[in-house]
Design a protein around this ligand. Structure first.
Ligand code: DMJ
Length: 552
């Protein structure tokens, strides 16, 4: 419950009583009484609510109980007051459409796949990915905060009840440490900070403790896969000579910092700070971070570099570690801006028609391909532009805008107006997938994520227009009776469904769409940082004793 709804009502003193003198005395006394009761209640709320989560939810997350007009109706005047230029009249008339999309995705999952990790929306049954071992309910945990943010509280309560009674990590099965961290730990942490419900804090810490044995390697660089019962880890067999993967071991920092804060156990923070130490000791080819690192030898594997798959969220977490630390984590800041400079110099290129893209780097040679995953980088660069060194803020905002445009083009140049998994800038094409196995779309969020950040920082209406194009395409081609499905080929004249509703569709894609059309004070960036699965985590304030980079 947002804290505003917990505040006492103010009472008006009764003005109909006795003589003028006694009237004044009684009135003063009552006023004093009411005032001290109010102060006592406020202090009571601060000290007795679990941690600071209810305050966070009430003060920084605006729900209708706090403010009735936080969502943007693109035709309303309040929008033009708050967002500057008048919205484009072709935009949706009412903001409820994103809740309707969430409702359809959620209700379908609940009806056909309740308790499974994901939904098969065409065959109307559960789908379980081996990324989560035997852990169940990925969609439930991934969706918790989106349900809360959209004020779908009945659904949130049902999900909470499922978590309380069924979410279990005591199983003899192997999980992906990265996936479990970003979806389950991240989802539980956000649900805790938004709702204040202790069960989420407890489960997040319990799961975090189960993941700690993954760090038992000679270097402390964690294994990719871990058996939750035996604590035995290993790496993906396909990953360069038994290497761990940059985007996996590099995407634990935000969640683990919060786990240390919420549990009082410094181990979590120490483990992720040690990853930094190992990386700092290594030479970086051209300042770049290869995707593979051997956890036994502490040496790089193959020199492949990517800001998409295998690399992406490592860079994101350097920037966000700095932001989440209330800008005290100077090391995270330096690592991020240095890495971005190396990416710009070595990987960013412009096509002949002027589209900026981020290529992949293989032992010094560029592959002129950009993944859908890489499209998150527009949002990341915009988020970091403000803190960029040596007057680079404007330049970085331009780069972010150019990348957003390129990613929009990758959508616009398809038949179904949704983007392919990867698109190329070679062989006479630009922003188009040329290989059959790169033409699919699995409801990924990255392009909409970038539109959301660009909208917040520029208020250029084109980002909402582009977001709205995606909504129309999702409704037209991905929506089926049993939920939302990915597509096998975005260039085909009609959709062929892959029959999977990914959990990140509810965690990220629908949340970013909702935020793209919400006012800026809805989960404002001054207070919240999104993990890579779009789970909001509060900034750890520097004036508290829990300074994140001092936990160690
Ligand atoms: C999500 O699980 C996360 O965004 C991750 O960082 C990358 N892949 C998916 C969404 O595409």
């Amino acid at each position: 419950m947002p804290v505003a709804t917990l505040l006492p009502f103010t009472t008006t003193p009764n003005r109909k009583s006795a003589s003028p003198t006694s009237f004044r005395l009684t009135e003063k006394f009552i006023l004093l009484l009411v005032f001290s009761a109010f102060i006592t209640l406020c202090f009571g709320a601060i000290f007795f609510l679990p941690d600071s989560s209810k305050l966070l939810s009430g003060v920084f997350f605006h729900s209708s109980a706090v403010e009735t007009n936080t969502r943007t109706n693109p035709e309303s005047n309040s929008d033009s007051v708050q967002h500057g230029p008048s919205p484009n009249p072709t935009l949706p008339i009412h903001g409820d459409w994103s809740e309707s999309m969430m409702k359809h995705a959620w209700d379908s999952y609940r009806r056909y796949a309740w308790g499974s990790n994901e939904l098969r929306p065409v065959s109307k049954q559960g789908h379980s990915s081996n990324l989560f071992g035997d852990i169940k309910g990925a969609t439930i945990v991934d969706a918790l905060d989106t349900l809360y943010i959209m004020e779908m509280f009945e659904e949130f309560d049902v999900a909470t009840d499922w978590v309380e009674k069924n979410l279990d990590f005591n199983m003899n099965a192997e999980v992906s440490v990265f996936e479990v961290n970003i979806r389950f730990v991240g989802g539980l942490l956000s649900a805790y900070y938004l709702s204040g419900k202790e069960v989420f804090r407890r489960k997040a810490v319990e799961l975090g403790e189960k993941l700690l044995p993954a760090f038992k390697t000679p270097t402390g660089i964690p294994w990719a896969l871990l058996n939750l019962k035996s604590g035995i880890g290993r790496n993906w067999p396909w990953a360069s000579g038994g290497s761990s993967i940059l985007a996996e071991y590099g995407t634990l920092h935000l969640e683990f910092m919060h786990l240390s804060k919420l549990s009082g156990n410094p181990d979590f923070a120490q483990k992720v700070m040690n990853i930094r130490k190992v990386l700092n000791r290594l030479d970086k080819p051209q300042g770049l971070y290869p995707n593979y690192l051997n956890p036994n030898s502490g040496q790089w594997g193959q020199h492949h570099v990517s800001v998409g798959g295998l690399g992406d969220s490592f860079y994101e977490y350097l920037l966000k570690a700095w932001l989440m630390s209330d800008k005290t984590d100077e090391e995270g800041k330096k690592l991020y801006y240095d890495a971005l400079q190396a990416i710009e110099t070595n990987l960013m290129r412009k096509s002949s028609s002027g589209l900026t893209y981020i290529a992949e780097w293989k032992g010094g040679l560029l592959e002129h391909k950009m993944g859908h995953l890489t499209c998150f980088a527009g949002g990341m660069i915009a988020l970091g532009a403000d803190g960029a060194p040596t007057d680079k803020t404007g330049h970085q905002m331009e780069l972010a805008a150019e990348l957003a445009r390129t990613c929009h083009e990758s959508y616009a140049r398809t038949a179904l107006k949704l983007g392919p998994e990867a698109f190329r800038f070679d062989g006479g094409v630009e922003a188009i997938a040329t290989r059959q196995n790169e033409k699919y779309f699995i409801l990924r969020p990255e392009v909409i994520e970038t539109y959301m950040y660009m909208w917040r920082f520029t208020h250029d209406p084109k980002y909402r227009e582009w977001g709205w194009e995606a909504v129309q395409a999702l409704e037209q081609h991905c929506k089926v009776e049993g939920g939302y499905s990915g597509l096998r080929d975005v260039y085909a004249a009609s959709p062929s469904h892959d029959d999977v509703q990914q959990s990140f569709y509810l965690a990220e894609t629908l949340k970013y769409l909702f935020l793209l059309f919400s006012d800026d004070d809805h989960l404002p960036f001054e207070h919240w940082v999104f993990n890579t699965e779009a789970h909001p985590l509060p900034i750890l304030r520097r004036d508290k004793t829990d300074r994140p980079n001092e936990v160690e």
